[in-house]
Design a protein around this ligand. Structure first.
Ligand code: C2G
Length: 131
């Protein structure tokens, strides 16, 4: 049983999110997703997500490729979460390339290419422009 863990906000769910989750799941037998809390986002990005954490957890948990979800309360607890969930592999998008190498002592760390030309920020901008 190869356990894959990944983290993210997954706000305003889009094809880039589903694509990385499907590719992450394909690396093992079980995919566990740490969805960052509203409070963590406020401190990290200076704004609250459009979708509240309960909704983001429900959406991610409803995907066929996802086996388990939990709330990521703090960036500083990544090592703890990896140990708690007995992760064999940490998967992150390559916008985080190199940033999680410190966890190579706990598990494998894999960076997957991001889907080009789509992001939550861009979707929000497009919606704002709708007359
Ligand atoms: N992603 C992607 N392609 C996109 C947009 C996002 O592959 N076009 C990936 C990101 O690389 C990330 C995941 O989807 O692995 C979730 O993206 P975000 O919600 O933007 O995650 P982020 O806020 O960067 O949270 O501590 C790490 C953070 O929790 C990661």
């Amino acid at each position: 049983m190869r356990r894959i863990l990944t983290f993210g906000t997954f706000d305003v769910l889009h094809i880039g999110h589903v694509s990385i989750l499907e590719r992450a799941r394909a690396l093992g037998d079980r995919l566990i997703v740490g969805v960052s809390s509203d409070a963590l986002n406020l401190s990290k990005k200076g704004r609250r997500p459009v979708y509240p954490e309960d909704d983001r957890l429900k959406l991610i948990g409803a995907l066929r490729c996802v086996d388990e979800v939990f709330v990521e309360e703090s960036l500083a607890l990544k090592g703890e979460y990896l140990r708690q969930h007995r992760a064999d592999v940490l998967v992150m998008g390559d916008d985080w390339q190199g940033r999680f190498d410190e966890f190579r002592g706990i598990c494998e760390v894999v960076y997957l290419p991001r889907t080009p030309s789509i992001s939550t920020t861009e979707i929000i901008e497009v919606i704002k422009r709708v007359p």
